[in-house]
Design a protein around this ligand. Structure first.
Ligand SMILES: *[C@@H]1O[C@H](CO)[C@@H](O)[C@H](O)[C@H]1NC(C)=O
Ligand SMILES: *[C@@H]1O[C@H](CO)[C@@H](O)[C@H](O)[C@H]1NC(C)=O
Ligand SMILES: *[C@@H]1O[C@H](CO)[C@@H](O)[C@H](O)[C@H]1NC(C)=O
Ligand SMILES: *[C@@H]1O[C@H](CO)[C@@H](O)[C@H](O)[C@H]1NC(C)=O
Ligand SMILES: *[C@@H]1O[C@H](CO)[C@@H](O)[C@H](O)[C@H]1NC(C)=O
Length: 407
C-alpha cells in the first residue's frame, strides 16, 4: 500500500516533466505553456519583469503587478508573496483574476511582487555557474540560502523600486520557512516588514501526516539510494529514473486518474475546494524545480524535530559550525508582527507543529484557523473559497497596519 501511495505521489510530482516529453491530451491547454507575465497581461493587468542578483550570484526573476486593473499608477504599499517548494510565482495567478492571490491583492490597492526562489524555472541562472554544467556547485543550496540571500536581495530591491520603507510579506509553505530563516539570521530585516502572513507555516515538521514525506525522511540515512531516486544535485532531473517512470505511467489510461488523485495524497484530501478545470494548468507549472538539498534539509527536520541549519554530519558540522550539531534558528528574533493561517487537514503543516512555532516567534500577532475542516495545503493557492476564507482575512488584517504617511 505504501509503495502504491508513493508511486502515485511521484507521478504527481513529475507530471509536468512528462508533459514536456509526451503529448498528452490531458495537458492540451493554452495556459499550460504560457509564462507568468504572459498570463498576467492576458488578464489585462500591468506586469513587470525584474532581475535581482543575490550576494552569492544567483539571478532571480521577480514578477510585479504594480497596480490593479483599471487603476492608475502611483505609490502604494508593497506586498511581497513567496511560493513554496517546487512552485513558482505561477501559484498566485493561474486561478485567474477573480481567485488568484496576486490579482486580488493588486485590485485591493497593493503593489504586488511575486518571488521566484533560486533554481526554479524563472530563477535558474547565476552570474558564473551553469545549472547543468556546474550542477554540484549550482544546486548546493537549501532553503537556508534562500532565507539569507534570496529574500533580503528581493526585499531590498522591491523597496527601492517601489520607494517604500517597509512591506507586507505573505509566504506559503516553504515561503514561510525562508522568512523565519531571514528574520532570525538577519534580524535587522524585521524593521523592513510591516507584518508577515504565514499560510501553512512550516518550520517544525515532525508531526506532518503526509505518508510520502515521512517515507522520504527514512532515506536521510541512505543517501546514495535517495540520490539515485531523486537526483544528487537538482531534484529529479529530466533523465532520471523517476521522471522516466512517470512519463510511462501517465500515458496509460487507468493511471491518469491516479495522477490527478495523487496530489491529494501528498497534501490532504479536499475535493470540494479543488477546481478540476485547473488541473492541467497546475500540472503545467508545477513542479517548477528545486535542489535535492532542500528536501534533505526538510527530512532532517522530520527526523530531528528541530528547526535548525543544515546537518552536514558530525565532521561536517565541526567544519561548518564548530560544533557537533547544527545551530538552531533563534525564532525569538522574528520580531515583526506575525499572523498564522493554518488548518487541521493540512498533511504538511500540522496543527501541533504550527502552535509550537507560533509560541516561539518573537511577535505573534494572531493565529487563524481556516473555517473549512477539510482545508489542505494546496487550497491556499487554488482553493475555490480561498478568497473569502483566506485572502479577505489577510486584506482586513493588513488594513489595520497600513501606514498612510509612508505612501
Ligand atoms: C500534440 O498534440 C497537438 C494537438 O493534438 C498537436 O497539434 C501537436 O502537433 C502535437 N505535438 C506533437 C509534438 O506531437
Ligand atoms: C542569465 O543571466 C545573464 C546575465 O548575467 C544573461 O546574459 C543570460 O541571458 C541569462 N540566461 C538566462 C537563461 O536567462
Ligand atoms: C557546498 O556548500 C558547503 C557549505 O554550505 C560547502 O562546505 C561545500 O564545500 C559546498 N560544496 C560544493 C560542491 O560546492
Ligand atoms: C531516462 O530516459 C532517457 C531518455 O529519454 C535516458 O537517456 C535515460 O538514461 C533514462 N534514465 C534512466 C535512469 O532510466
Ligand atoms: C475553475 O477554474 C476555471 C478556470 O480558471 C474557472 O473558469 C472557474 O470559474 C473555476 N470554478 C470555480 C468553481 O471556481
Amino acid at each position: 500500500m505504501m509503495i502504491l501511495q508513493m508511486l502515485s505521489v511521484f507521478i504527481a510530482l513529475f507530471l509536468s516533466n512528462s508533459a514536456q516529453g509526451a503529448n498528452l491530451s490531458l495537458f492540451i491547454n493554452k495556459e499550460t505553456d504560457l509564462k507568468v507575465p504572459e498570463i498576467i497581461s492576458k488578464y489585462g493587468y500591468p506586469v513587470e519583469n525584474h532581475y535581482v542578483t543575490t550576494k552569492d550570484g544567483y539571478i532571480l526573476n521577480l514578477h510585479r503587478i504594480p497596480y490593479g486593473k483599471d487603476q492608475a499608477f502611483g505609490a502604494r504599499p508593497i506586498v511581497y508573496i513567496q511560493h513554496g517548494v517546487l512552485s513558482s510565482s505561477a501559484d498566485w495567478i493561474i486561478a485567474g483574476p477573480e481567485k488568484g492571490l496576486a490579482f486580488v491583492m493588486a485590485d485591493a490597492g497593493y503593489d504586488v511582487w511575486l518571488g521566484n526562489s533560486r533554481g526554479n524555472r524563472y530563477s535558474r541562472n547565476h552570474t558564473s555557474l551553469d545549472p547543468d554544467r556546474d550542477a554540484s556547485e549550482f544546486w548546493n543550496f537549501s532553503w537556508h540560502e534562500m532565507g539569507i540571500y534570496d529574500l533580503p536581495a528581493a526585499i531590498d530591491y522591491a523597496l527601492d523600486i517601489g520607494k517604500q520603507k517597509r512591506l507586507f510579506y505573505i509566504g506559503h509553505s516553504q515561503g514561510t520557512t525562508v522568512f523565519y530563516v531571514m528574520a532570525s539570521q538577519l534580524p535587522e530585516y524585521n524593521s523592513k516588514v510591516t507584518a508577515h502572513f504565514s499560510m501553512a507555516p512550516i518550520a517544525y515538521v515532525n508531526h506532518l501526516a503526509s505518508p510520502m514525506l515521512k517515507y522520504m525522511a527514512l532515506f536521510q540515512y541512505q543517501l546514495e539510494f535517495f540520490y539515485s531516486l531523486f537526483g544528487k544535485h537538482e531534484f529529479v532531473p529530466t533523465d532520471s529514473f523517476m521522471h522516466n517512470m512517470t512519463k510511462l505511467y501517465c500515458q496509460l489510461e487507468p493511471w491518469k486518474t491516479m495522477c490527478a488523485n495523487s496530489l491529494f495524497m501528498m497534501c490532504g484530501y479536499n475535493p470540494k475546494q479543488f477546481n478540476m478545470t485547473l488541473l492541467p494548468t497546475i500540472m503545467g507549472h508545477t513542479p517548477a524545480g528545486a535542489a535535492t538539498k532542500q528536501f534533505m534539509h526538510y527530512t532532517q527536520e522530520i527526523n530531528s524535530g528541530m528547526f535548525r541549519q543544515f546537518d552536514f554530519g558530525y565532521f561536517g558540522n565541526w567544519i561548518n559550525y564548530n560544533s557537533a550539531f547544527p545551530p538552531k534558528y533563534n525564532l525569538a528574533k522574528v520580531s515583526s508582527p506575525g499572523y498564522f493561517l493554518y488548518s487541521r487537514n493540512d498533511w504538511l503543516s500540522s496543527e501541533t507543529d504550527v502552535l509550537k512555532l507560533y509560541k516561539e516567534i518573537g511577535n505573534p500577532a494572531a493565529k487563524i484557523l481556516i473555517q473549512d475542516p477539510m482545508w489542505n495545503h494546496l487550497d491556499y493557492m487554488w482553493g475555490i473559497e480561498a478568497v473569502p476564507l483566506v485572502y479577505n482575512k489577510i486584506i482586513t488584517l493588513m488594513m489595520s497596519h497600513v501606514d498612510f504617511s509612508l505612501i
